[in-house]
Ligand binder design. Structure first.
Ligand code: CTP
Length: 398
């Protein structure tokens, strides 16, 4: 990390004593480190300790002696990444709410680059639904990267999850944020459900939230790729730097994919495309007085977008075609069949119970070169990174 500009934020938990070691590791790696501390952090470790280790003044207060008039803007402006270790429950709550009530929260709010955070707190605080919600907001909506706390003996006497990850692990995660291994590659990602209209107010759809595809688009952009995201209707904000094409139905998605695919090195089809659409879209709202006690919906098959690409590119080495197989049973078997039937290079298989709509997911990645591995339980952003790793490796393998 030679000459990389890192802003290390320390908030008020006992794990703050490990931040001194973390700072040391960054400095030893050649990084240019600035430190900002919350007032509570100073109860556990002194600014003088951190100043000595990073060689620069350590601001704490918004209006205190050390802070220049625009420190809350200058500090984030100068940094390439921000690492918060430890990140307390209260700090996470403040950031999830977008508050700027002290220097470290203001600095975080003004920072536009990648943020990595290492939570540390008591097990019950970590397990509290409010904390879980805040962590989810930060990782999925704000695109923050988490170094998960480990399970073990906590300083408060409890045993369980909540212990801050070791500094070496945080250092590795920070190094990964500087990875630009997808630079020069163009990647097309599809995400979300499709909506198949019945009439002007009703449609057929599915439970996909789009979070998986958005996580892939976000991770690929951060790793330097040029990303186009063809998205069905979702409530998610477009990740910074991603070019989004909004579509509604499977037919619109097919058209957008075919328009964008030229020059792509990979296509990652995470969208849950409706297999069927109503044969007819009624011009006016269907009225029940005009119908009997039952109504038969005539559906017609939608085109299979992935299979269409499979046929068009006929297993050329580019673009690498990645499909998903979300199943309620026999996921691996179904994935193998889909790999063949759709002419894809890679299939990410998961069970609906492990993926759809949930916070965590677990998948098996299978490719047409007989490679297969189970990812274990991961957050969506972690799975996104694994899928991209697999694509990279696929490009590199003869
Ligand atoms: N897919 C697609 N076009 C469709 C249906 C699916 O491109 N009309 C893609 C999805 O984006 C996904 C993969 O194919 O990457 C598998 O989708 P899935 O719904 O699991 O498979 P289906 O082909 O629909 O098969 P089935 O519903 O019978 O499991």
């Amino acid at each position: 990390m030679k000459n990389r500009k890192i802003l290390l934020g320390i908030t008020g938990g006992i794990a703050a004593y490990k931040s001194a070691h973390l700072c040391r590791l960054f400095v030893r790696d050649g990084a240019d480190v600035r430190v900002v501390m919350s007032e509570a952090a100073c109860e556990f470790i002194t600014p003088l300790t951190m100043e000595t280790l990073c060689g620069k003044p350590v601001p704490v207060k918004m209006f205190g002696r050390t802070a220049g008039p625009l420190e809350h803007i200058d500090l984030p402006d100068e940094a390439e990444i921000m690492v918060i270790a430890p990140a307390t429950a209260d700090y996470l709550a403040r950031c999830a709410a977008g508050r700027a009530c002290d220097l470290i929260s203001s600095v975080t709010l003004a920072f536009t680059g990648p943020v990595l955070f290492a939570p540390a707190m008591n097990t019950n605080m970590w397990n509290n639904p409010a904390t879980a919600r805040n962590v989810l907001t930060l990782t999925e909506e704000h695109g923050w990267h988490i170094v998960q706390p480990s399970s073990g003996d906590l300083a408060c006497g409890w045993t369980g999850p909540g212990r801050m990850a070791e500094p070496e692990e945080i250092l590795d995660a920070a190094r990964a944020l500087f990875r630009r291994d997808l630079h020069g590659h163009r990647i097309l990602v599809t995400a979300g459900p499709t909506a198949e209209d019945l009439d002007p107010v009703r449609f057929l759809s599915n439970r996909s939230t789009g979070r998986m595809g958005y996580a892939i688009a976000h991770a690929a952009t951060r790793r330097g790729a040029d990303v186009v995201l063809v998205s069905g209707p979702t409530a998610l904000p477009c990740p910074t730097g991603v070019q989004r094409v909004d579509v509604r139905s499977a037919l619109e998605m097919e058209q957008a994919v075919n328009e964008e695919v030229d020059g792509c090195d990979a296509v990652i089809m995470s969208a849950a495309v409706a297999d069927y659409r109503p044969e007819q879209i009624m011009e006016h709202k269907i009225k029940k007085e005009q119908e009997g006690d039952s109504r038969v919906l005539q559906l017609v098959k939608n085109p299979d977008i992935l299979a269409g690409l499979g046929a068009r590119f006929a297993k050329k080495s580019r673009p690498v075609l990645v499909g998903f197989a979300l199943e309620t049973r026999n996921a691996i078997e179904a994935a193998r069949t889909k790999l063949q039937r759709k002419g894809a290079h890679i299939i990410v298989a998961n069970l609906a119970a492990d993926g759809l709509g949930g916070d965590d997911t677990r998948a098996t990645i299978i490719d047409d070169r007989e490679k297969m591995f189970d990812t274990g339980p991961l957050t969506k952003i972690e799975l996104a990174e694994k899928i991209l790793d697999h694509v990279l490796e696929y490009w590199d393998r003869p």
